[in-house]
Design a protein around this ligand. Structure first.
Ligand SMILES: Nc1ncnc2c1ncn2[C@@H]1O[C@H](COP(=O)(O)OP(=O)(O)O)[C@@H](O)[C@H]1O
Ligand SMILES: [Mg+2]
Length: 322
């Protein structure tokens, strides 16, 4: 008897049969019983030999096809996390009382806001003057806005700020505010009346745009684009390692939309990291080194992470040949 994944191969001397057990989907890929279709050959010795060979081939195929993970799983699996990664930023075990009060307003009192902090966060976002809703993507935001006017303290001009609005107050939103605060990008958090009291964070606006949106990338041939992607990846790795070792926050959700670049002609001059929300944003141990993070990021080529990253680039129609 061979057991692999959810397959049981029973060689009973007469009629080996393949049984898929404990699998609700078995009916879709095994609509009939192997023993029923093959056992007609019983009694014919040459056919029995042929049948044995055939059934072992088929069994092997099913075992390997079903037990092996789908091919592209290798690409999305990030492997076991190293010991210096402590956990995702939305893990409530990291939260202290102040973190849970990030979005306090009367309707979110279940997050145990104290009266004073409630007043503070309500005040922080009272002066928000919404600018434009920005035409950006992203899966975890309700909207992203520019801001107008003043009222954000002497340190900030509204043109240097951006506001990310969430659908609801949850651990993900609290964790993102906590991580942004740790990296020094958080300016304020609270709820916005003009948007139906949705929770929001105001943060420093990072310069640049995703590489695939730059004019230089759009106008470049594939061979130049590849160079630009390589430059971006190198700078990104370096920035991730610097941020992680300085602030103990690991930006690992480094899909191309979360990496803003500034260009100098066809050269990538600098990168900025945005989006410190889960998944794949972690708090890391204070003992982490740049070498640890570089290795984890896959800064060296070849790396499966780098491969994943390359394939996350949206397809942009190449320029016509001249
Ligand atoms: N701090 C920031 N500075 C400049 N642009 C930002 C900033 N944060 C977000 N953005 C822009 O908004 C987009 C969506 O924000 P993001 O935080 O990535 O949302 P989501 O969690 O839904 O992916 C980003 O891809 C980027 O273009
Ligand atoms: Mg994003």
């Amino acid at each position: 008897m061979v057991r692999s994944a959810n397959i049981l191969l029973i060689a009973d001397g007469c009629c080996p049969s393949l049984i898929i057990y404990n699998d609700p989907f078995a009916q879709y890929y095994l609509p009939f019983s192997f023993s029923r279709i093959f056992c007609w050959s019983e009694g014919l010795s040459s056919m029995r030999i042929l049948y044995s060979i055939l059934s072992s081939i088929i069994a092997t195929f099913f075992i390997s096809a079903y037990a092996a993970p789908p091919r592209n799983l290798d690409l999305v699996q990030r492997g076991d996390l190293p010991a210096w990664i402590q956990g995702e930023v939305d893990n409530p075990s990291f939260f202290i009382k102040k973190d849970k009060e990030a979005f306090c307003e009367s309707q979110y009192l279940m997050l145990s806001c104290s009266a004073s902090s409630n007043r503070i966060s309500a005040k922080q976002l009272r002066n928000v003057k919404l600018g434009e809703r920005l035409p950006v993507g992203g899966q975890n935001n309700f909207a992203v806005y520019s801001l107008k006017g003043y009222g954000y303290g002497l340190r900030f001009r509204s043109s240097n700020l951006i506001m990310k609005v969430f659908n609801t107050v949850n651990n993900a939103a609290i964790g993102e505010a906590k991580a942004l605060n740790a990296v020094g990008d958080l300016v304020a958090s609270g709820t916005v009346k003009a948007l139906g009291s949705k929770p929001a964070i105001i943060m420093r606006k990072k310069p640049g745009q995703p590489l695939y949106e730059t004019q230089a990338y759009k106008a470049a041939r594939e061979i130049v684009r590849e160079k630009m992607r390589n430059q971006t990846y190198g700078l990104m790795c370096n920035e991730i390692s610097t941020v992680a070792t300085k602030t103990y926050v690991l930006h690992d959700d480094n899909n191309p939309a979360n990496i803003l670049v500034t260009m100098d002609g066809n050269a990538v001059k600098s990168v900025a990291l945005v989006d410190y929300g889960p998944p794949q944003t972690y708090f890391v141990s204070k003992s982490v080194t740049k070498a640890d993070v570089s290795k984890y990021c896959g800064c060296e080529y070849p790396s499966s992470k780098r491969y994943v990253w390359e394939h996350e680039f949206p397809y942009v129609t190449p320029p016509p040949r001249t």
